[in-house]
Ligand binder design. Structure first.
Ligand SMILES: [Fe+2]
Ligand SMILES: [Fe+2]
Length: 303
């Protein structure tokens, strides 16, 4: 047990929370392309004064598509890791395996949710938006950083979804209700996952010892650096999607500004929102204060 969490309780909450995909997206719940999808704190289109309001809306929606594709990719990547951790030994909590198996089932549902939203996006948006890949290669590269570093990565990304939901609540620009519902419902189940992650990370870190746990923080930061390279590529693809949608090529100076500002916006969306999340920092800090200090030192670059 860690921080008052326990497997049985988390399993009970999860069964109570459980929602269905058709409650969130479907023929009777279409995406509204007259509205933004991502909160402005993540999209940061307002920083690009050379775009008209209509062009900024298109960019917001392109970033929304990237969000769907990114979470589908990340969740496909973490699924085998959770499956690997699910078997328990007789000395472990009797509800541990069921709780982690349920976690896997929910993650498979989330992948399907992101797929359904991507299909709805493609049906309603005028151009095909690019996304980095192939997903299998990216997933293998992330998983190659070792079990404990990977466990820390999963802990971070799942806590980040809390920030995504909270900032959609604060956003006053009238987000698409379906996209907002996705962020809300995803967090409702990720909330249990993040606590399960903390418990699994605690188990692994206790076994590994302080030195290897600190090395895992370096592995986690290496995963972050790898993803950051992918985000730079994604920003280029988003620029191409935007230009195709709005039917004009931006002047060189505007393209440069776009790439710099949007790369930073992507950093905050996928990396900074994990590195700054108090739940993530607390879970890590309880096990490795030194590890947490390392995260605190690099976090400003991703905000
Ligand atoms: Fe998920
Ligand atoms: Fe999750």
């Amino acid at each position: 047990m860690i921080q008052g969490h326990n497997y049985q309780r988390l399993l009970e909450i999860s069964k109570r929370v459980n929602w269905r995909i058709e409650d969130i997206i479907g023929p009777d719940k279409p995406m509204d392309f007259t509205r933004p999808f991502l909160p402005e704190s993540f999209a940061r289109t307002g920083e690009l004064s050379f775009l008209t309001p209509a062009e900024r809306l298109k960019l917001n929606q392109i970033r929304g598509f990237g969000y769907l594709a990114m979470f589908e990719l990340v969740e496909r990547c973490i699924l085998p890791v959770i499956e690997e951790h699910a078997p328990s030994t007789p000395d472990q909590d009797p509800h541990r395996t069921e709780a982690l198996a349920n976690f896997v089932t929910e993650e498979m549902k989330h992948i399907e949710l992101f797929v359904r939203f991507r299909q709805a996006f493609r049906a309603g948006f005028e151009v095909d938006c690019g996304f980095i890949g192939p997903a299998e290669d990216i997933g293998s590269a992330i998983r190659s950083h070792g079990g404990l570093g990977m466990a820390l990565f999963i802990l971070g990304i799942e806590w980040a979804t809390q920030q995504h939901w909270l900032e959609s609540v604060e956003d006053d620009e009238g987000l698409d209700p379906q996209f907002k519902s996705l962020l809300k419902h995803h967090w409702m189940e990720e909330s249990q996952h993040a606590k399960l992650d903390a418990m699994v990370f605690h188990e692994l870190a206790t076994k590994a010892g302080p030195e290897k746990t600190l090395a895992a923080v370096d592995a986690f930061l290496a995963i972050g650096a790898f993803i950051d390279g992918g985000l730079a590529q994604q920003t280029q693809l988003d620029l191409a999607s935007l230009e195709a949608t709005i039917g004009r090529t931006l002047p060189d100076a505007d393209r440069e500004t776009f790439l710099a500002r949007q790369h930073q916006a992507q950093r905050w969306t996928y990396l900074g929102s994990a590195l700054r999340n108090q739940g993530f920092l607390k879970a890590l800090g309880e096990i490795s204060p030194e590890g947490r200090a390392k995260i605190d030192a690099v976090a400003p670059a991703f905000c």
